[in-house]
Design a protein around this ligand. Structure first.
Ligand code: SF4
Length: 462
């Protein structure tokens, strides 16, 4: 296994610290507010597990909590502003309630310039901790209880050199049937726009035995949808290839689904495509971020594949996995992106036919190479490109989804959604609404009657 594994003795020390603080916090309510990606959601479940071990009672309502932890995202400026404004909301309450404690963690907390801003402008934030400190939550709580001043738990190493793998700390999962399982952490790719390698450290994989033990335990306790997570999950190196790990995680017997995210096109092997095609428990959904259809921009982004190589991989996926849903991420307005480059992206979108595109307007991230590049694209131009992409994709998604009309899909129910409609997900990760109550966490067959670009709708046939 690669990476720096936290010794068992250190985990035992954290358990003993948790025991020592329990009498002081038992029954106190704590709330975690999570921004950002699935990795952050998974991290919040680990933080919640450690807080509960310390004796906290978790609540979804910040109003009733005496400990609020904001788990931040730094991938786009917008997410950072939202997290800071969330922190700002507690300013008045903190003045009234001296026993209210506010902590901030996640990718923003890992960045020195943001920490400086928090220290200067957010005096009511009591502590910050970094992305590889989750196993030390008991120690953080103990420090908080005795602290006379604000403090931080951060690995202060040059980017790309920090990061640990810890096993054995508890996880408090939000769902009783969908679960995140981290396969690896960090990223070594240094795409020029991306803050992840700077905020989450170098790539390190969990041992395959640990990943599979966690996945098997989840399946045995009734989980039906497991997502293997990693910033660049295909470069997994925990004792086997990622394809082998995925195959093994989907082979415990019984009906359940295994998904994965996120993949880098340069690491998406044919072996992986074959596993998805042949193992019935692997979901038929491939999220493969392309980011741009222009070779010139891909090079500026340091993506390390060409448009032609991406197209070939997409073809292989579609040929081998007949009912696959292929989704992608695209950045518009990358520095120096010309109209001709953007036309290349539009033509790629039409050539491949993605089921869904997550389009992002480029947001310069301090510390990344792209933030220093010349030719930052004016916002109005990026907005126009965003609109053009959305329009093109809407038509494509509609025509793809129309092909499901009359077909029956196996759907994992999420029960009734907030609009009062029964809904779930197909193996392609399509949202499917249906007419009869099916308990959350149960599979059902749904015959598709209507199709929109974003969701399908039908009748339960069993
Ligand atoms: S592969 Fe993904 S996480 Fe890694 S640097 Fe590139 S965009 Fe960021």
């Amino acid at each position: 296994m690669s990476g720096c594994v936290v010794p068992e003795s250190e985990i035992a020390r954290q358990y003993s610290i948790a025991e020592s603080v329990r009498p002081m916090v038992a029954g106190t309510k704590a709330c975690i507010i999570t921004f950002g990606c699935q990795q952050n959601e998974a991290d919040s479940e680990r933080i919640a597990g450690a807080l509960r071990l310390c004796g906290y009672e978790m609540t979804e309502s910040p109003d009733e909590a005496k400990l609020i932890i904001i788990n931040t995202c730094a991938v786009r400026e917008h997410a950072e502003i939202r997290a800071l404004s969330e922190a700002g909301q507690f300013k008045n309450r903190k003045e009234r309630e001296r026993d209210l404690k506010i902590g901030l963690c996640g990718c923003m907390a890992q960045q020195a310039h943001r920490r400086e801003q928090i220290y200067k402008s957010y005096p009511y934030v009591d502590f910050v901790f970094g992305t590889d400190m989750h196993h030390r939550v008991p120690e953080i709580i103990k420090t908080m209880l005795g602290a006379k001043k604000r403090f931080s738990f951060i690995s202060e190493k040059p980017h790309g050199e920090f990061g640990v793998v810890s096993e054995g700390m508890p996880v408090l999962r939000e769902s009783g049937y969908r679960a995140w399982v981290s396969a690896m952490y960090g990223c070594d790719n240094f795409c020029t726009y991306c803050v992840v390698p700077h905020a989450r450290g170098h790539e390190r994989s969990r041992a395959k035995e640990d990943v599979l033990y966690e996945a098997k335990s989840l399946v045995e306790s009734g989980y039906k949808d497991i997502t293997l997570l990693g910033q660049n999950v295909n470069s997994y190196k925990g004792g086997c290839s990622f394809a082998e790990l995925l195959d093994a995680a989907a082979s415990f017997g019984g009906e359940y689904r295994v998904r994965f995210m996120t993949s880098h096109p340069k690491d998406a092997s044919s072996e992986l495509v074959d596993v998805i095609a042949h193992n019935p428990n692997v979901a038929h959904h491939f999220h493969l971020p392309v980011q741009s259809g222009a070779d010139r921009v891909l090079k500026l982004m340091n993506r390390r594949y060409t448009r032609a190589q991406y197209v070939e991989k997409a073809r292989e996926i579609k040929e081998k996995i007949k009912d696959v849903s292929l989704t992608t991420d695209i950045i518009c307005g990358f520095p120096g992106e010309t109209d001709a480059d953007f036309e290349q992206t539009l033509s790629l979108v039409r050539e491949i036919g993605f089921d869904m595109i997550f389009t992002f307007i480029y947001s310069p991230r301090p510390g990344t190479a792209a933030a220093k590049m010349e030719g930052q694209t004016p916002r109005a131009v990026s907005n126009a490109r965003f609109a053009a992409l959305s329009e093109a994709e809407n038509a494509i998604a509609q025509s793809i989804n129309d092909k499901y009309l009359g077909k029956t899909l196996r759907v994992l129910s999420d029960g009734m959604n907030k609009n009062g409609v029964y809904a779930g997900r197909s193996t392609q990760n399509k949202i499917v609404t249906f007419d009869k109550p099916v308990p959350a966490g149960e599979f059902t067959n749904v015959k598709i009657i209507t199709a929109g670009g974003y969701a399908l709708s039908g009748e339960v046939t069993e």
